[in-house]
Design a protein around this ligand. Sequence first.
Ligand code: F6P
Length: 257
Amino acid sequence: EIMSDIFDLKDLEEQIKKSLGLVEVIVVPGDSDEAPWVKKEMGRVTVQLMKRHLADEASKIVALTGGTTIAAVAEMMTPDSEMKETLFVPARGGLGEQVENQANTICATMATKAMGSYRLLHVPDQLSQDSYSSLMEEPKVKEILNLIRSANLVIHGIGEAKTMAERRGSSEEILQNLNEKQAVAEAFGYYFNKDGDIIHRVLTIGLQLEDVSNSKLVVAVAGGASKAQAISAYMKQGTSNVLITDEGAAKALLQLH
Ligand code: F6P
């Protein structure tokens, strides 16, 4: 029984890898919409993958996004020799998350658990074009931006568009725009329709989607059947090369394809 379950997951991984065109897919058992431990399990396998990848890298810089899934990755982090040399940085500035789900907080937690180091990016959430431009001129900001852009591993979440826009307390105008343009997915502060086209983005400094695709390994960690549509849409624009998900999302994903 257990052996056939493992076999089924391997089979799911292969099918998703093919249909989304990814380098690697890992599916953990269960559905994180229903059981909280499933998110921790995704966190645990993400930590394993991080260690495996960083072992071969000369410079070890990891950029992280916010959200409860990446917070679970931080929670499962453990120290070892690779991790001690790792620098953790937030991928982008404030995206309107609660403190515990902010990239900065997750970075500090993960670095502490890894016994590595971290740098933070202090940027207010709602930036006007003017403040954005002047912040970009700050030497301290430039310095950390360079570090962020040189990350060789990016670990990020994917969310359902409406859920994310509401969680961020977005304005009525933005909500309406997302609704009209049929946004289904969100990642890195960008919103996408079902074809993976960008239809809106949150103005903040840090990695822009173009920068993300220059990184060596970009790992999306997202599970729960409710995120299947979002994962499928986001993956269509092809920035990420690895997906760590759960059985619930994996099965629902295959029904969409
Ligand atoms: O706001 C940061 C972020 O990574 C989003 O880009 C993503 O949509 C969301 O968090 C995922 O959050 P969660 O893991 O809690 O579903």
